[in-house]
Structure formats: C-alpha cells, structure tokens
Design a protein around this ligand. Sequence first.
Ligand code: PMV
Length: 344
Amino acid sequence: PNIALIKYWGKRDELLKLPTVPSLSLTIDNLYTQATIEFSKELDEDNYVMNGKVVTGGKQLERISQHLKLIREVANGSCDKGIIARVIGKDNKKCSKDIAKLRAKVVIENNFPDALSNSSSNFTALTIAACKALDMRINNKEISMIARQGSGTACRSMFGGIVEWTKGSKKDGSDSFASQIHDNKHWPELRAIMLILDPKEKKVKGSQGMKISKETSPFYEQWTKESEKDIKDIKAAIKQKDFSRFGKIMESNCLRMHSIMISSSPSLIYLKPETLVMVEKIKSLRENNLECYFTIDAGANIMLLCQEKDVEKIIESLDGMPFIHDFIICSQGEDAKLYDEHLF
Ligand code: PMV
C-alpha cells in the first residue's frame, strides 16, 4: 500500500481513471498484499478469494472481473480503451479467441486490516500477477497504467519510496502514470505510524465520494490549483529532507482535501471525534518538541509521519489513548515484486 502525501480526489475521466490533480505518495513496508492468479479454459467464470473468503458477488467481484476483462483484452490486442490499446496492445497481440475464453482463479491476501484501504495494493498485485500469467511483454510504466484503471491509486503502489502520479492532460491517458521520485534509501529516517481508530470500512467509497466532491464542492477548482503548487513544494522539501516543511505541506494538503469533502453536497465527513482528538494530540506533541505530522485519507484513521529518532517517544506518549485500536510502524517499502511462492 501507499500513503498519499499530496492527495488525489477526483477524476477528469471516470472510465480511464484519469485524475484532476497530480498526487504524491510514500510506499510503505511491513504491510503488503500478495496475489496469485491462474488463467484456465476449464473455468466457467472468474473466481475470487480475498483474505480467505470466497467473494461470490457484489461490487468487489464486479470490479475485479472488469479489471480481468481489461487485462485479457490488452493481452489479445482487442482493447480499445485509451493508450493501452495502442501502445501495449500491439506488442501483445496473442490468439484473441483463446485469451478471451480464459477465466481466472484469483487469490489475494493482505496482512493488514480492511480499515486501511487495500484497493490500491490489491489492484497492483492483481495486475502484475495477471500480466505475468498471460506472458505479456509489458514494462512497469505500462503495468501502472493498467493498474490505474482498476483503482486509481494502484498505479502508485507499483513503485517503492516516494512516487508521483502525473495528472497528464491527454485524453487517452498516455501521460498519466506513476513513477518513482526517490527510492527508499533517499530518506531512510522517515517513518509512518498508522493509527487505527476505526476498524470499520468507510461508508462512502472513495470513487463515489470524489465524484460528489468534484460535482458539488464550490471550492473544488481552487483545490486543484493549490494541489499543483503543493506537489512542487513538497518535492523540494523531500529532496532537501526538510522534515518541517514536508510535514506542513502534507498536513495542509490533507486538510484542504477534507474541506472539499465537507463542503460537498451531500456533505462527506469522514473525520470522527477521535480523529480530531488525535489531530490535537499531534499538535501538542509538536509543541513538546516531538515533531510529527498527520495525514488522513477518506476515513477516520490517522497516518502519523515522523522521524526514526522520535518513534519510541511518540509511541510512549500515545500509550493509553482509549480509542487507538491498533498501530503499525512502517518505513518506506520497495517496488512491487514477482515471487515464485504461490498462494495456491
Ligand atoms: O483509493 P480510492 O479510490 O478510495 O481513493 C482514495 C484517495 C485518497 O486515499 C483519499 C487519497 C489518495 O491520493 O490516496
């Protein structure tokens, strides 16, 4: 998974999942998603097992099946959606009838709770595994463009360290993909502490919520302009390893995203009272010379960013806070990888 330091919230193209803003993320270690996939002519339909449970219907299965259909179409060159058809499809034209008939068994496992959004790493893992299983000639940038169509933020989980997803301006999406800005060795002291305050999944899913915000928040356009500036500024802070500047830009970008969520109609309030208590706590830690900053996605949980030297003291000072269900300390992760160990 990755944590957005500069947020994505809204699409300029719903089908191709092209964003209205560039975003920047940090890929985290310790938490991971594994996927195994097998295509076969013997199966009548796509089968999907997620964290040990067979998914028999609903939106989740529909999204996975749609994504598998896209990958099959890319593999046999029959896809007509944006850049993927032209650039990737032509190199991968296989026997279209055979590939179109294949159905897949997919097993995905996460080692972290559902409260931390898993759609990005799920779709990255699924895409990499499926492209390999279909023996596609494809590079990481192209895989990131396919993963983006499963779940926008999945394109960022392809790479380790600090990753940028460019907004692009082309209609076909050929200039909207993720790439690594710095690997995990550039700023190894950086730590993310995931504070799980609400273990339940969010009520209004990201894709639904961001559409509402784009269509209804009166501040949306201004937000997109500020985001462009935030990306530039935070990249400079990261390059110089200026933690104070980094943290301030990250927090204000996060709060601005929540302000467009709250000002949407209907209003999207993902923050809970506990979230705000934690925000105050983080501010008070700062006042006591424990420098740390927060970011919050479309949910109530907090991601606290700090430096390695302060982790222990920060954890000590959070001890006893009643609504912290769990916390996970992470460094920066590496690129997604193919393994020979399979889940079935
Ligand atoms: O992954 P989705 O489609 O639920 O989008 C969520 C986007 C944010 O997490 C709120 C921000 C981001 O850039 O990851």
